[in-house]
Design a protein around this ligand. Structure first.
Ligand code: ADP
Ligand code: MG
Length: 845
């Protein structure tokens, strides 16, 4: 065999060795299969050993020579069991297996070798392959050995390093745990997907309802149990998505704790895959959001409350940021701009207000955004079309860094206030003027009022007068006629008497005298009534017998009523006496008679009735309360037209009348009402239209037993004078003077006479005897009262008897008369006068 130009040591050895003495025999006899195998070994860059023949003779290349260490080169060409006896246990089973056609492979096989004089360890990856000869029988074993020392070293180093990094990782994890515990972290997890083993730290496990001792061996489904049922599906979906798409996992979800409490968690994680793209691990960490959620909730609540409060304010409140965009508005904006806070949110002032309005505010906005609060008034249109006066306040808001990040706007609508101010100013300016004007007005009103009062008084007077005149007017017609009748009676009788006297038929004149006296008395009574009626008087109470009064008025009533009305008196016996003003009662009755007459234009029946009654307050309906007690009722009733309810309701009203102007005053019933009240009595009205009317006057019963203050009529012979008694008579009416003088002489008095005061004074001032001065009151010149005064200066004791035709004077006798004075009213009877004279002279002074 020829050496090749790149001859190796192994080649040299092959060439040098005496193969003929070896089990292989001479090289020239080697079979082709051996030659090829040797060729491969010699030229292989990898360490290779060929074992051939029944002795497994070794032929190896230079690479393997290095592994053989000190066994080289004598190992070359020697049977292998001679060279490596120490490896016998390892190699024998291998060789026998390979020789049976099998392949054996070993990696990282450790060997200890003598190398360069010392033992050293090294590792080999070994492959034992059978080599077949030309007859296809296994003739040799090819051993390839790859030294893995370097790889092994790297692996070891890596191992060491990874141990260090593992430690570092543990430390990191520890740190992480500590950090997590210090924060509100829930913890971390690492899910081994292929084995479905969920590894979590204690806190994470606990919060998910897992016993921390079991934290490293449970499937993920156990953990999902701890999630709030409503969130569970979402989480599962999200994890799945993250695994399939490799996306990041970030979810907020709720945990339902065993004590029923709820916690919020935020979890973030990622899925890791192997180089085939298979998901391997899913790791992440979770944060406990519960506190933050609570804070957020509280914040939301306080925001809601804030919104509520500012919405309730009657002013505009808003906040705009640096970009002048509204970020907060209260409900008042809706009123002004028609935009809700939601609609305003994010819009700029310019957008909302328009350019014109914005321009007015621009300088203030700049001001506020540069950190200076400002306040200004502005006219601004409201969406209702009115122009409003607005007081604006811009209040800058500073961020935590001190920079202005916007400003608050407060707008107060002060239109009303401005108006009021204006009005007030105007008011103040014109106050004096208005006070003056008002004073003037008041003065005028006062004057007007006084005039009206005066007018009214006059009108009332006039009406009262008219009312009286009405009654008088009613009377006069009849009265004139009656007077004529009476005068006819008197004059006729006197005429006849004169004729009978002339004829000497003196004994026949008696009946004429009687007739004349009767007629004259009736006439006197009538005048009396008339005069009394025309008197103005206040209530002048006197005890009286109502029946007597009515009897005395019968004449008057008959004449007033007219011919086609029948008068019927129905007067109760033993009627109680009453205390009242006679003339007013007469007046009242006369008015009632006139009303009745007016109600019966076509005639009818007029009834006047008296009766004693006891009232207990329930018998009659009156405006005023009725005092229970005894009353005399005087009723004036007719069967005339009657009154409708509406007339009846107003009949007592002063000035209410249904009669034509000139005929009615409307004062009759109202005065009767007033009179009844004054007398302590009542009036009631009963009326039916078409049926008639009854007016009932109730006067309280008089219980006193005092005798009447009325002069007892004088009866019997007139007393005669005592010798020498002298009377001075002053009377301007010749007839009366003659009559009285005649009477005095008749009675035996000595007399002086005069027709006025002038004629009387000489006698009165003389020393002539005068026992009594009888004088008329109404004299020409000095009146009777004055005369008496002067006479008394000379004769202080002088007794005076006044005669008067004036009812007024007669009524006021009390104030008129002094001590030693008396009065007789004309006309008087001779008897009355004689009695008076006798009484006065007879009285010692
Ligand atoms: P005058 O008689 O002036 O009208 P009165 O006060 O006496 O005023 O009466 C008021 C009104 O009451 C009368 O106008 C009349 O309408 C009504 N009246 C009074 N008395 C009667 C009556 N006897 N019958 C019908 N109506 C009467
Ligand atoms: Mg009347």
């Amino acid at each position: 065999m020829n050496a090749t130009p790149t001859a190796s040591e192994a080649q040299a050895l092959i060439a040098r060795i005496d193969w003929a003495s070896s089990p292989l025999g001479a090289a020239s006899t080697w079979p082709q299969s051996l030659r090829t195998a040797v060729d491969i070994v010699i030229h292989s860059p990898m360490p290779m050993l060929l074992l051939w023949g029944p002795q497994l003779t070794q032929i190896y290349n230079d690479g393997f020579a290095l592994l053989a260490g000190s066994k080289h080169p004598h190992a070359f060409g020697q049977p292998t069991h001679l060279i490596w006896p120490e490896l016998k246990d390892f190699t024998d089973p291998i060789y026998s297996a390979v020789l049976q056609g099998q392949v054996r492979t070993y990696s990282e096989q450790r060997f200890t070798l003598q190398r360069e004089g010392r033992e050293s360890d090294f590792w080999l990856d070994l492959t034992y392959s059978p080599i077949r000869d030309e007859s296809a029988a296994v003739a040799g074993i090819l051993v390839t050995a790859i030294e893995t020392n370097e790889r092994r070293r790297i692996a070891l180093e890596l191992e060491q390093r990874s141990a260090a990094s593992l430690k570092a990782q543990r430390e990191t994890e520890e740190r992480l745990q500590l950090a997590l515990a210090a924060t509100d972290a829930v913890g971390t997890w690492d899910w081994d997907i292929s084995e479905d083993r969920f590894i979590a730290d204690a806190h994470f496990a606990q919060l998910h309802g897992i016993d921390p001792a079991m934290a490293n061996q449970l499937p993920i489904s156990e953990y999902l149990h701890g999630v709030h049922p409503e969130d569970r599906a979402l989480i599962a979906r999200s994890i799945k998505h993250c695994i399939t798409h490799g996306s990041e996992y970030a979810e907020e979800y709720r945990l339902l704790q065993s004590d029923g409490q709820m916690r919020w968690v935020f979890a973030r994680g990622r899925c890791y895959k192997d180089h085939h793209g298979r998901p391997m691990r899913f790791l992440g960490a979770a944060l406990d959001l519960t506190e933050r959620k609570h804070t957020e909730q509280a914040l939301r609540q306080s925001q809601t409350e804030l919104q509520l409060i500012i919405n309730a304010m009657p002013i505009l409140i808003s906040y705009v940021d640096r970009e002048e965009r509204f970020r907060l508005n209260n409900a008042a904006y809706l009123d002004w701009y028609g935009l809700t806070p939601q609609e305003l949110y994010g819009r700029t002032i310019l957008e909302v207000l328009g350019e014109e309005a914005y321009a007015l505010r621009a300088p203030y906005i700049t001001e506020a955004l540069s950190g200076r609060p400002c306040c200004f008034s502005i006219s601004t249109p409201h969406r209702d079309g009115s122009i409003r006066q607005a007081l604006m306040n811009y209040l800058p808001r500073h961020g935590p860094d001190g920079a202005v990040n916007g400003f608050y706007i407060f707008v107060i609508d002060e239109t009303e206030r401005k108006k009021t101010e204006e009005a007030l100013r105007n008011l103040n300016e014109t106050l004096e003027e208005r006070v003056a004007a008002r004073t003037r007005q008041l003065a005028e009103a006062n004057e007007r009022l006084q005039n009206e009062m005066f007018e009214r008084e006059r009108a009332e007077d006039a009406l009262r007068h008219a009312q009286k005149m009405e009654a008088v007017g009613q009377l006069t017609g009849g009265i004139a006629h009656d007077f004529n009748n009476m005068l006819t009676g008197i004059i006729g009788s006197l005429d006849l008497m004169q004729r009978y006297i002339a004829d000497g038929r003196l004994n026949e004149i008696g009946r004429f005298t009687e007739a004349a006296v009767s007629s004259a008395n009736r006439a006197a009574a009538l005048t009396h009534r008339l005069l009394a009626f025309s008197r103005r008087q206040s209530l002048n109470r006197k005890p009286l017998d109502p029946n007597e009064l009515i009897h005395s008025l019968e004449d008057l009533f008959s004449r007033t009523k007219g011919d086609n009305i029948a008068l019927k008196l129905q007067l109760a016996e033993n009627i109680w006496r009453v205390s009242t003003d006679v003339s007013q009662l007469e007046n009242a009755l006369l008015n009632l008679v006139i009303n009745a007459r007016d109600a019966m234009p076509d005639g009818g029946e007029l009834q006047i009735e008296t009766v004693n009654v006891y009232l207990d307050g329930s018998d009659i309906t009156t405006l005023e309360p009725v005092k229970a007690g005894d009353y005399v009722m005087i009723a004036v009733s007719d069967n005339g037209t009657g009154m409708t309810p509406s007339v009846l309701a107003k009949a007592f009203d002063p000035f209410f009348t249904t009669k034509p102007i000139g005929q009615g005053t409307g004062l009759g019933l109202s005065m009767i009402y007033g009179f009844a009240q004054q007398s302590g009595g009542h009036v009631s009205l009963f009326s039916l239209p078409g049926r008639g009317t009854s007016v009932r006057l109730y006067l309280p019963r008089l219980h006193s037993t005092e005798p009447d203050n009325v002069l007892a009529p004088v009866v019997g012979e007139a007393p005669a004078a005592i010798a020498g008694e002298t009377v001075m008579l002053v009377e301007d009416d010749a007839a009366v003077r003659m009559l009285v003088l005649d009477l005095l002489k008749e009675l035996g008095y000595r007399t002086h006479e005069a027709e006025d005061a002038k004629g009387a004074l000489p006698v009165l001032e003389s020393d002539l005897r005068v026992d009594l001065l009888v004088t008329d009151v109404g004299l020409p010149g000095m009146n009777g009262r004055q005369l008496a005064e002067i006479a008394r200066q000379h004769r202080p004791e002088l007794k005076v008897l006044f005669m008067t035709g004036y009812a007024q004077i007669a009524a006021e006798r009390q104030g008129f008369l002094e001590e030693g004075m008396d009065m007789v009213a004309k006309p008087f009877s001779i008897d009355l006068l004689a009695n008076k004279i006798r009484t006065m002279i007879g009285q010692p002074n």
